[in-house]
Design a binder for this molecule. Structure first.
Ligand code: 2BA
Length: 147
């Protein structure tokens, strides 16, 4: 059985593992669904953070949320995309991290979320922590302690 000092890893602050905001694709809550779909399609990500004009985290938007919003009875009503605002279709109740959180909280949350937005004390978006980054750190730590 693997014997590692769990606390050592779990207590590490997440600060060093954040993908900074400049590298993260996002949309603004006031954008329309057409623009949002363009961003999601161009970047290839299935869901991205929604921010307000002051860069505060507002929610999460996925292509599925957009498709559902234009689903008519018999057809997909693409012509409605430009009328729909992101803040009316985004997920508002989302899990997120604070910059001061530890690896343990990120690990707990990432089981159900592919990525977590990270905010500072004022709620300003500073970046994301992805499942990939968390798994990489976990793998590194396990391999290091195996030797
Ligand atoms: P997904 O878009 O569903 O992507 C799932 C995984 O597929 C990603 O895991 C990554 O390994 C790979 N992948 C998808 N699109 C990629 C791309 N354009 N370039 C490189 N690899 C890509 P993670 O890296 O753990 O990301 C988890 C989730 O975090 C992503 O889910 C996406 O929703 C979000 N994400 C990651 N990086 C982002 C960024 N720079 N901007 C916005 N959202 C991002």
């Amino acid at each position: 059985m693997l014997s590692i000092n769990n606390r050592e890893l779990l207590d590490i602050p997440i600060k060093d593992f954040i993908i900074s905001s400049e590298k993260v694709a996002h949309v603004q809550s006031g954008n329309n669904a057409e623009h949002a779909l363009l961003v999601l399609t161009r970047t290839g990500y299935s869901s991205i953070p929604v921010l307000d004009v002051k860069y505060r985290l507002q929610g999460l938007l996925s292509s599925k949320m957009i498709t559902e919003s234009i689903l008519g009875l018999e057809r997909i009503e693409y012509e409605r995309l430009s009328e729909i605002k992101v803040d009316t279709i985004m997920e508002k109740k989302i899990a997120y991290l604070r910059v001061t959180d530890t690896f343990k909280r990120a690990l707990d949350l990432v089981i159900n979320h592919a990525f977590l937005s990270v905010v500072d004390e004022e709620g300003t978006f500073v970046g994301i922590m992805t499942r990939r980054v968390i798994l990489k750190q976990l793998k590194k730590y396990i391999y290091m302690n195996e030797r």
